[in-house]
Design a protein around this ligand. Structure first.
Ligand SMILES: [Zn+2]
Ligand SMILES: [Zn+2]
Length: 260
């Protein structure tokens, strides 16, 4: 729902993605304007089972207050699990203290604190693991793995469980490819083109080439890139830099839909 990074762009929103599995929705990051993007994409506020926040930079979290408030106005009563770094606990406490006193649903905050992949959420159709990323502040990526029922596996022995991984924001680091090994679809930030590698390193972000190398090393099925710097205007050129290394790359636009 959002493919920009921190600076405002007229036609792109900051980071937010929705993963849908069996009618259940899982929100990954919640940049400013996410609730409007959900509206545009016809996604229900009430079917969100859990929210996963990578880190407390505004372009990943400023949409949370509006969304929580709208969930309450739409009469949500189901508890909402929210995962994120410890600092998110204070942000949610602030929301609840000032804006959430009449809300009829419980926010269950789960503090992330891991040095390697850790299972954090189990749902009917998938499991979710968190793993640390290499950013300026505490930051986590997420991997979603489909649960295949024994009956389904027996009837379809060739079937391979699907998986999706979200890696934003991060500079490259050696362990990451192993943590997203053989994922069906990898989202990896590509904030800058290869020519701006110095800036990427300075700001703990990745370039197109670095995202593609991670996908290649991981043996991912497909790569989606986003979180573009506001300086980028030619998104296909950025994707071409990835494709030279990892051919099955797509440069995402807001409200794009991908089947995993
Ligand atoms: Zn960001
Ligand atoms: Zn960031």
């Amino acid at each position: 729902m959002g493919t920009a990074s921190a600076m405002p762009i007229s036609d792109r929103n900051p980071s937010a993605q929705m993963l849908s599995a069996g009618g259940r929705l899982f929100l990954i990051d919640c940049g400013e304007g996410t609730q409007q993007q959900m509206r545009r994409c016809h996604l229900s506020f009430l079917r969100v089972e859990a929210i996963f926040i990578s880190h407390i930079h505004g372009d990943h979290v400023f949409g949370l207050f509006g969304l929580l408030n709208s969930m309450a106005m739409y009469g949500r009563t189901a508890p909402l699990d929210i995962y994120g770094p410890s600092a998110l606990g204070g942000v949610l406490h602030f929301y609840s203290s000032y804006f959430g006193s009449d809300d009829n649903f419980e926010i269950r905050f789960h503090k992330l604190d891991c040095k390697e992949p850790q299972l954090v959420h189990t749902s009917k159709y998938l499991t979710v693991s968190a793993f640390p990323l290499n950013h300026k502040i505490e930051c986590y990526g997420f991997r979603f793995d489909e649960i295949v029922s024994a009956r389904h596996a027996e009837a379809n022995p060739e079937y391979r469980a699907k998986s999706y991984a979200y890696c934003s924001d991060t500079a490259p680091f050696p362990e990451l490819a192993g943590w997203v090994r053989a994922v069906t679809c990898l989202y990896h930030e590509a904030t800058y083109p290869d020519s701006m590698a110095d800036k990427a390193a300075h700001r703990y972000h990745s370039t197109s080439v670095q995202a593609a190398r991670c996908a290649l090393e991981a043996g991912a099925g497909r790569l989606i890139v986003g979180h573009y710097s506001s300086r980028i205007t030619d998104f296909e050129a950025l994707a071409d830099e990835c494709r030279a290394i990892f051919p099955d790359t797509v440069a995402a636009s807001d409200c794009d839909v991908f089947e995993i």
